[in-house]
Design a protein around this ligand. Structure first.
Ligand SMILES: Nc1ncnc2c1ncn2[C@@H]1O[C@H](COP(=O)(O)OP(=O)(O)OP(=O)(O)O)[C@@H](O)[C@H]1O
Length: 240
């Protein structure tokens, strides 16, 4: 029997004044775009899967196994945050090495993997650079390199291209697609940009006010004319 890569089983959580309720299965080996207006709950949805938020009720299943009680590091996921999450006092090789082993017991093969990951994201030779010497886009690519070396079956990306100019955005999207085809990983990507949905996604989840409003194929999402929340999201995004 094949399992959904990710299952949120009647997950409920309240943060501040917002009540979140997610009950969803996400197919393995696909790219699913997670969209919705600002503040709708996209990052919270990813954080529940990654283990940075814990449900008050319900379960989180990853590859069929109950992961609700696992810490983020124990879960079979890699996460690229909106804010890069690089340690300022450590160079890039070390920051990326933390993705392989938090205790930094790195073997020669690990160091080679770090060099290779930096090359793949266009940062070849940046091993000894500190994060503060990098542009926003370079930091974003470094965070992407750290996810690459973790090589987990589920990759969670929270607006990974936000700081990139259009050319880099397209080349990072191509890299993501290439790696997805090579590894057959399951990818969840939060994006505000319908162009990312167009070029990357198989499926789309649309979140509105802490709940999943729509979950279906990209074609169904782009053709849904009934949903006001969705139309307003697409309209707003197209006018940006
Ligand atoms: N720790 C918290 N305490 C109180 N409120 C929170 C907390 N975390 C999130 N929220 C609220 O929950 C709502 C959803 O936040 P979330 O960051 O998940 O939205 P988002 O869709 O990712 O937004 P954006 O697109 O702007 O990044 C927001 O109203 C936010 O203020």
């Amino acid at each position: 029997m094949t399992h959904a890569a990710i299952c949120l089983d009647h997950v409920a959580l309240s943060l501040g004044t917002v009540d979140f309720a997610f009950d969803v299965e996400i197919a393995s080996q696909k790219i699913t775009a997670v969209t919705g207006a600002s503040g709708s709950g996209k990052s919270t949805f990813l954080n529940l899967i990654a283990g940075f938020e814990l449900p008050a009720n319900g379960r989180v299943l990853l590859n069929g196994a109950d992961a609700t009680q696992l810490s983020p590091g124990e879960r079979p996921v890699s996460l690229v945050f909106q804010d890069h999450n690089l340690f300022a006092h450590l160079d890039l090789a070390t920051n990326i090495g933390l993705g392989i082993d938090p205790a930094l017991r790195l073997k020669a093969a690990d160091r080679a993997a770090i060099t290779h990951a930096l090359q793949r994201v266009g940062l070849g030779g940046f091993e000894h650079r500190k994060p503060q010497s990098l542009s926003g886009g370079e930091k974003q690519r470094a965070a992407f390199a750290r996810a690459l070396v973790r090589d987990k079956p589920v990759l969670l990306l929270d607006e990974p291209f936000a700081a990139l100019d259009p050319g880099l955005r397209a080349s990072m999207a191509d890299l993501l697609l290439t790696l997805h085809r090579e590894t057959g990983n399951t990818v969840l990507i939060v994006t505000h940009d319908p162009r990312d949905v167009e070029r990357l996604a198989d499926d789309v989840i649309f979140i509105d006010q802490g709940k999943i409003h729509l979950h279906g194929t990209k074609a169904a999402f782009l053709q849904d004319e009934k949903s006001e929340a969705l139309q307003s999201f697409l309209g707003r995004a197209q006018n940006q």
